[in-house]
Design a protein around this ligand. Structure first.
Ligand SMILES: N[C@@H](CCC(=O)N[C@@H](CS)C(=O)NCC(=O)O)C(=O)O
Length: 221
């Protein structure tokens, strides 16, 4: 087994219009050189043996870097942020924002996503036993943080905003979070960035291609 070298090329295992979209935007924002391995989820490619060897759960995003395999969007974001601090988006060790950065990244994965999924599926777990308390508490906490500054950690955008902005925009479009001005303004501020626009545009093309390929494979038009 060889060591992972920071000069090894990254490969992002990705599908359009998925959690991997924010990861793709992030790698672009970081200026990271990477290969894009596009999976057609409409054709079930995420469950192919080759991809299951990378992520046994058959889910995107995944990132490979030399012998290192990462799954979980937030783990990938933290890892990539540390590899490319020169992009100015990473509160690195020693930066006074580092603690808040880790807190909001972990809170995203450990509390916000589960709260959102529970809300969307109508599941209400007991507040004292579940990791996030209640959905309303999560929403209040987030709104309170975003009311303080244009970005989660203050006046400068960080990796945390790429992750949160992408998901908030998605959640707003599904009416899964209340359309508070503080959320809609923030989601717009983040996803209006050229990096997001470029990825969204390319995803419309990819998704149409995938739909056509899946329909053809299943004997449709
Ligand atoms: N906890 C994972 C979730 C990944 C995930 O749920 N990905 C979805 C796309 S948004 C997926 O690949 N679903 C395909 C499937 O389960 O077949 C992360 O944060 O990366």
């Amino acid at each position: 087994m060889s060591d992972t070298n920071s000069l090894d090329k990254l490969t992002l295992h990705y599908a359009p219009r998925s959690r991997a979209s924010a990861t793709r935007v992030l790698l672009d924002e970081l200026g990271a050189p990477y290969d894009l391995h596009v999976l057609n989820m409409r054709a079930g490619e995420q469950k192919s043996p080759a991809f299951l060897a990378i992520n046994p759960l058959g889910k995107v995003p995944a990132l490979t870097h030399g012998d290192t395999i990462l799954t979980e969007a937030v783990a990938i974001a933290l890892y990539a942020g540390d590899l490319f601090p020169q992009a100015g988006l990473t509160p690195t060790i020693g930066d006074p924002r580092r603690g808040a950065y880790l807190r909001w990244m972990v809170f995203y994965a450990a509390s916000f996503e589960p709260a959102l999924m529970d809300k969307m599926s109508g599941h209400v777990p007991p507040a004292n036993e579940c990791a996030y308390g209640t959905f309303d508490q999560v929403i209040e906490l987030l709104a309170d943080q975003l009311e303080r500054a244009p970005y989660l950690l203050g006046d400068r955008i960080t990796i945390a905003d790429i992750q949160w902005g992408a998901t908030l925009q998605w959640a707003l479009s599904f009416k899964a979070v209340p359309a508070l001005p503080v959320f809609t303004d923030y989601a717009e501020r983040i996803t209006a960035r050229p990096s997001f626009r470029r990825v969204f545009e390319d995803e419309a093309r990819l998704d149409a291609e995938h739909e056509a390929a899946a329909a053809k494979a299943s004997g449709g038009a």
